[in-house]
Design a protein around this ligand. Structure first.
Ligand code: SAH
Ligand code: SF4
Ligand code: F3S
Length: 450
């Protein structure tokens, strides 16, 4: 499909939300590059602006409207005909509503239809004698998006490259919009994944991060059996010329012993596990429809640590879920104390339209939520600090990812995903070096290349 004459144009794309959105933005950029679009860093230089949005919490979704407010000024002051598109999960969830609220928007689409961008742009393109057209494209398409995108990985965004292997979610946690914005859970075929991994390695990737909202639920099956499990897929990828493999995000329900064991057996698989628990209270976990108890979660962590004692555990928490008492919140602090996280994200519960939890009577007031969040974050901050402090004077492997801030500075990551800062030449980028840790901070390490 040709966009009208494929004339040279500029693209500004901004991502919000999770790494799956970042991945999608990379893919949109690639499709458009094929059609003569070049990326620019400022929206006022663009002919096409895409906001790739997140709907997970109210704040995330509302951000888009303030951004659209800013873009309106740019649009009005420009002599160019700037097209504005809202992509991603807000696009999927709010559809036509977005154009109603913000008439500068020309195009709305979701995570399931972005491969059709060239056709969509062709459709909204102003034609002589006819006015500009607006388009909302949030239907679930029949075709395999990834097949349409095949062979387009040409620009390396980062040494550490994202690769979506699984889309959507069937778990329907009572607080969450993802099953509605990203559709049913689909595992990409292993062949497709391996071939994309090879493309990424071909352009210089040293680390691959396998992505999915429930990445560890990935499997490949035929009518009756499972052909390939997630750990088997990791093993296949580890045979390629790649240094490191990670996966994110996992669900406790899908944490098989085979996967835990992989952290011992597959050396390229990094000792890091992001396993959100959300709450430590069994009553709340049940209300959230998480389908595990706090003890089951702890058992998974302990078992994983038997296979890989040094594994860094990370997680997500929600405080102030409807009906959460002080007692329930204490149980959350308690599970944090038991697990000892290397790192974790925590959020105030945000009621989301269309989710069952938003209809619950016992919503918690903002002040209580803020107070609980503060307490939880303080505990997690202390744990991250302690985890990092354990690395002082140690010699560790660091994958050098990019130039750091300041002259002759580099930034990389430890196997445990800690950011490591050090001095050194940019020619080291892409290498795994031994680094002596000379200082530890709350959220990063300082080292000297050995
Ligand atoms: N699939 C992952 C998480 C995806 S969303 C899982 O099941 O663990 C990322 C995180 O956002 C969630 O882990 C949760 O902590 C948070 N989140 C999701 N919905 C939320 C809501 N309505 N309010 C506050 N936080 C939310
Ligand atoms: Fe959302 Fe639950 Fe699915 Fe995670 S598992 S994406 S929290 S519904
Ligand atoms: Fe947000 Fe959609 Fe990701 S709602 S967290 S961008 S799947």
């Amino acid at each position: 499909m040709q966009i009208t004459q494929d004339k040279k144009r500029n693209l500004f794309i901004k991502s919000y939300g999770c790494q799956m959105n970042e991945y999608d933005s990379e893919r949109m950029t690639e499709i458009l590059e094929k059609h003569n679009y070049s990326s620019v860093d400022e929206p006022n230089q663009a002919d096409l602006i895409i906001l790739n949005t997140c709907h997970i919490r109210e704040k995330a979704a509302e951000k888009i409207y303030s951004e659209l407010g800013r873009l309106k000024k740019i649009n009005l002051n420009s002599e160019r005909d700037i097209k504005v598109a809202v992509a991603g999960c807000v696009g999927q969830a709010e559809g036509h509503e977005i154009i109603k609220r913000s008439p500068i928007v020309d195009l709305v689409f979701g995570p399931l239809t972005y491969h059709q961008l060239p056709e969509m742009l062709e459709e909204i393109e102003s034609k002589p004698g006819s006015p500009n057209k607006k388009l909302v494209n949030i239907d679930v398409p029949d075709e395999d998006k990834f097949l349409e995108l095949k062979g387009s990985r040409k620009n390396l965004k980062s040494i550490s490259s994202l690769l979506s292997i699984q889309e959507g979610c069937d778990k329907f946690c009572s607080f969450c919009v993802v099953p509605y914005t990203r559709g049913v859970e689909i595992s990409r075929p292993s062949k497709q994944i391996i071939s994309e991994a090879k493309e990424l390695i071909g352009i210089g990737a040293k680390e691959i991060i396998l992505l999915g909202q429930n990445v560890n639920a990935w499997s490949q099956s035929n009518e009756t059996d499972i052909d390939m499990t997630f750990p088997e897929l990791i093993k296949e990828i580890s045979k390629l010329n790649i240094d490191r493999i990670r996966y994110i995000t996992s669900h406790p329900r899908d944490m098989t012993e085979e996967l835990m064991k992989s952290h011992k057996e597959i050396t390229k698989l990094q000792p890091y596990l992001h396993l959100p628990v959300q709450s430590g209270s069994d009553k709340i976990l049940k209300e959230m429809n998480r389908n595990y108890t706090s003890q089951e979660y702890i058992d998974i962590i302990n078992k994983t640590r038997e296979y890989r004692p040094d594994i860094a555990i990370s997680g997500d928490f929600i405080v102030g879920f409807p009906g959460e008492t002080d007692y329930d919140f204490e149980a959350t602090l308690d599970i944090v104390r038991k697990v000892k996280y290397a790192h974790a994200y925590s959020f105030k519960y945000s009621p989301r339209p269309g989710t069952p939890a938003a209809l619950k009577q016992e919503q918690i007031n903002e002040e209580v939520k803020s107070d609980r969040l503060k307490k939880l974050q303080e505990l997690i901050r202390q744990q991250t600090k302690d985890f990092n402090a354990g690395f002082l004077d140690k010699d560790i492997d660091v994958l050098i990812e990019k130039k750091g801030i300041g002259e002759n500075r580099l930034t990389g990551r430890s196997s445990y995903l800690q950011p490591v800062h050090m001095s050194g030449d940019t020619s080291f980028i892409g290498e795994i070096l031994k680094v002596k840790i000379v200082k530890t901070r709350d959220n990063s390490l300082e080292g000297i290349i050995l």
